[in-house]
Design a protein around this ligand. Structure first.
Ligand code: ZN
Length: 165
């Protein structure tokens, strides 16, 4: 008898999903973004989402409310700070709402420009969904073992991916 595969660390999982905030507004869904394939246990999904999928099998559905501490974190006002325009690379057009990744307190964080006044740029290094309670529905579509190369890279390689190192 074939063993039924479960979602666990180092397996590649494909899901359909819908993520809402607690006002029932859709933040993201596979209807918009396509089904999601990711490496389970690689922190690709927020902790509460991964935990809810642990041990599930293809065809299983989940519905879970994820608190900020298990989601994108609590909103932290000390992660708002001011830098100078010259701290950005030359030629980058800066505007309010611009999102970028940057190292903040030794951690790569998703940042947003909150305001620009003259030479002073106010950066918010909270994830845009920090402090949000997330309501997630998902269905497991497919599970497979990750390849050694995927485990080494820490992410999934699709069938059509260009080879990379
Ligand atoms: Zn890779």
């Amino acid at each position: 008898m074939e063993k039924i595969m479960q979602v666990e660390k180092n397996r590649v999982v494909t899901i359909s999903y819908e993520m809402k905030d607690n006002q029932a507004e859709i933040l993201d869904s596979s209807e918009e973004s396509g089904d999601l394939t990711y490496l389970h246990g690689s922190s690709f999904l927020v902790p509460g989402f991964e935990r809810a999928l642990d041990g599930k099998k293809a065809g299983d559905g989940i519905q879970v409310t994820i608190m900020p501490t298990d989601g994108y974190g609590e909103y932290d006002e000390t992660l708002i700070f001011q830098v100078s325009r010259s701290d950005f690379q030359d030629g980058v057009e800066l505007y309010e709402g611009l999102e970028f990744e940057a190292e903040v307190r030794d951690e790569l964080r998703w940042c947003t420009i909150a305001a620009i006044e003259g030479d002073v740029v106010t950066v918010d290094a909270n994830h845009p969904l920090a402090g949000e309670e997330l309501i997630v529905q998902a269905k497991v579509l497919e599970i497979r073992e990750a390849t050694p190369e995927e485990l080494e890279h820490g992410h999934v390689h699709g069938p059509d991916d260009e080879h990379h190192h």
